[in-house]
Design a binder for this molecule. Structure first.
Ligand code: FAD
Length: 656
């Protein structure tokens, strides 16, 4: 058969296996199934690590498709994007080339919890992402629907586990692979719902994935069901923006990527968002028509933090809910009403929307809809995202019960790196909770599982002061370069230069000392409130809220002026100074956690029959299911008691 194979050098149809007498099955190091946000990152990461990679997806023209909101980032999600970028992932760079409204959220709080966010032009994002993917060396892209996995017989030397060694496509053709990554999003047994109408689909207009869902169930994976939804899209010219609250972008724009000093579009050319609210009439329409709304009757769990308007009306009656009117792109005629995800029949959606201020004459171009889909209990995967059941099979993205592009992208990078390392027989690349939000995300999923779509928040991280958006490169870029090989030379050099400049800057700041009265004379704006002769370093003075590097350098141009030439460096020095004292104590806590984390639990431990450790049957079952890799991970499994952890700890120490 003929397959569409698109690589940098060759944008043409190539014959992967011929009808001739000697058919040849193509063979890749890594095969990624699904070209969504997880799959794109996974495929690019595996290729960057040096693996010959095949991305198999339904349609090449949907690579980079944003199924729901036209925005990336936010609080917690923006942190994930900086970490994906630190590992040389794609989404942050693509957002810097495709945004139409950049804004840092949480600016009134400390820089540890600032949330980089941008409205994105859907069309540009897709174009730029496809260009990245199609120009990645070692990466081939092929259209096709994967129906089944090819597995070896259970291997006694691997505790009777089988190994994945390829995939079967819908047309019966096969591709062999050393590792396979599944990133099928909402497509496994996907069902699209509007009103009382339901039809099988992965998302509106796309076929669902049925065969693969059956294969996974047959293999013994525990499968659950989740749901989500999306709002209708409204014609821009039918909205009266003149009576609504306008929100403008930041000036200057802050880029997502460490590799960029600015974004592609000037602040004055960016688009605005508008805010309006629901009212009691919206509640009435929702409540009067519950009987016509299948999705809302469904008991499967939807996203708690991005709920439908129906769930908000039912959970918080008689309240006004925010509706953000967000542009879908520079030349798009569509507006996305964020906060109005709805599955009422289409005609009732228009009735509901036209009750809202500014939307009285609104015309719906595409109705809102819901999707219900299978996900796999993420306690069935390890922190490298490989499944416990099948060797070399990895899961990433919404298939693991998460929601959001950023959560998917973060898992994609980790799965791509690990699938490649597995082929090269190298140790897994695991990010711990102390190193990144990616570590928090994967640890939460693999130890606690999830019964509702999981979304990242800064409150999920214990070490927020250390896991900041500004320092993701110093946490992850060096590891990515040395241990995984997923980071390019220019990025590594840039991160090294920044690290050296930061260290030098901090030591220079520490070395400059004056008495507090001298500082008061030098920088009157700082309102330094210490006794006259107390000595302070420039680093201490930089901790004052009113002081930044520019002010310090104005007072002491030599040697500080050079640290203000780069805006990012000047800002990072200020942030380091702000958190210096608090970070000292946090680093002690991190060391303690890392000691626990380092205590590995043997991979072949049979918790159900293990007699040397006193554990309740319930704890045994939980450990057996989640198979934690470390004592730290075991201690976070709900229901695994502190007493059980102490017993396990004793046991592990006797085994060392
Ligand atoms: P997707 O981006 O869904 O990509 C899956 C890819 O796999 C697709 O390209 C598909 O074609 C391909 N594929 C599937 N099966 C096969 C197969 N057998 N063979 C080959 N290719 C296959 N997120 C939020 O944060 N908030 C929301 O409110 C929200 N609402 C949503 C509403 C809807 C209707 C949908 C569909 C999604 C919504 N999302 C929301 C989720 C967001 O779109 C996803 O979290 C994100 O896209 C997941 O990325 P992914 O890579 O895991 O999957």
């Amino acid at each position: 058969w003929m397959a569409l194979s698109l690589t940098k050098q060759n944008l043409s149809l190539v014959r992967l296996s011929s009808d001739s007498a000697a058919p040849c099955t193509p063979h890749f190091d890594v095969v990624v199934i699904g070209g969504g946000h997880a799959g794109s990152e996974a495929a690019a990461a595996a290729a960057r690590c040096g693996s010959r990679t095949l991305l198999l997806t339904h349609r090449v023209d949907t690579i980079g498709q944003m199924s729901c909101n036209p925005s990336f980032g936010g609080i917690g999600k923006g942190h994930l994007m900086r970490e994906v970028d630190a590992l040389d992932g794609l989404c942050s760079r693509v957002c810097d080339q495709s945004g139409v409204h950049y804004k840092v959220l949480n600016k009134c709080k400390g820089p540890a919890v600032w949330g980089l966010r941008a409205q994105i032009d859907r069309k540009l994002y897709k174009q730029n992402m496809q260009e990245e993917i199609l120009n990645t060396p070692l990466l081939t892209v092929q259209e096709g629907a994967v129906e089944d996995l090819i597995l070896t017989e259970p291997e006694p030397e691997h505790m009777g586990k089988c190994r994945v060694c390829g995939v079967v496509l819908m047309d019966g053709s096969t591709v062999h692979a050393e590792s396979v990554i599944l990133t099928t999003g909402t497509f496994l047994r996907g069902l699209v719902v509007i009103g009382l109408e339901m039809h099988p689909a992965g998302r509106l207009g796309d076929q669902p994935s049925i065969g693969l869902a059956q294969t996974l169930e047959k293999l013994g994976f525990v499968v659950g069901r989740l749901k989500t939804g999306t709002p209708p899209r409204i014609a821009k010219e039918s909205i009266d923006f003149s009576i609504l609250n306008k929100h403008t972008p930041d000036n200057p724009s802050v880029p997502f990527s460490f590799m960029n000093e600015t974004v592609w579009i000037k602040p004055e050319d960016q688009l605005s968002c508008y805010l309006t609210h629901t009212n009691p009439r919206v509640d009435e329409i929702v409540l009067e028509n519950l009987h016509l709304n299948h999705h809302i009757k469904e008991t499967t769990r939807g996203p708690r933090y991005c709920p439908s308007i129906e769930s908000k009306v039912l959970r918080f009656p008689n309240r006004q809910h925010q509706v953000w009117l967000e542009p879908e792109g520079l030349d798009s005629n569509l507006i996305y009403p964020q906060g109005l995800s709805v599955t009422l029949p289409a005609e009732l959606q228009e009735k509901m929307i036209t009750c809202i201020r500014g939307l009285e004459k609104a015309k719906i171009i595409q109705p809102g809809y819901g999707v219900q889909y299978d996900y796999l209990d993420p306690r069935q995967i390890t922190p490298s995202l490989e499944t416990h059941l099948v060797q070399r099979l990895f899961f990433a993205g919404q298939i693991n019960g998460t929601t959001g592009y950023e959560e998917a992208a973060a898992q994609g990078v980790v799965a791509g790196i690990n699938a490649s390392l597995r082929v090269r027989r190298k140790p897994p690349f695991v990010i711990s909770r102390t190193e990144g939000y990616i570590g928090v995300l994967i640890d939460d999923l693999t130890t606690q599982g999830t019964s509702e779509p999981y979304r990242m928040f800064t409150s999920r991280a214990e070490f927020r002061l250390s896991l900041r958006p500004d320092n993701a490169d110093s946490r992850l870029t060096f590891r990515g370069y040395k241990e995984a090989g997923c980071v390019s030379q220019p990025r590594y050099e840039r991160a090294s230069l920044m690290k050296a400049s930061l260290e030098e800057g901090l030591s220079v700041l520490k070395s400059i000392e004056f008495s507090s009265s001298q500082w008061k004379a030098l920088i009157p704006e700082a309102s330094i409130s210490l006794s006259r002769n107390q000595r302070l370093s420039a680093l201490d003075v930089l901790k004052y809220e009113q002081v930044d590097m520019e002010l310090l350098a104005k007072a002491i141009p030599e040697p500080l002026k050079k640290y203000t030439d780069c805006r990012e460096l000047a800002q990072r020095l200020k942030i380091e100074a702000t958190y210096e004292s608090a970070l000292f104590y946090q680093q002690q806590e991190i060391k303690q956690v890392q000691q626990d984390e380092a205590l590995q639990l043997p991979e072949d431990l049979d918790y159900l029959t293990l007699r040397d450790v006193s554990l309740s049957d319930e704890v045994r079952e939980k450990l057996h299911f989640s198979r934690p890799q470390t004592i730290g991970a075991a201690s976070r499994i709900p229901g695994v008691t502190p007493a059980a952890i102490v017993n396990l700890l004793r046991f592990v120490k006797t085994q060392q």
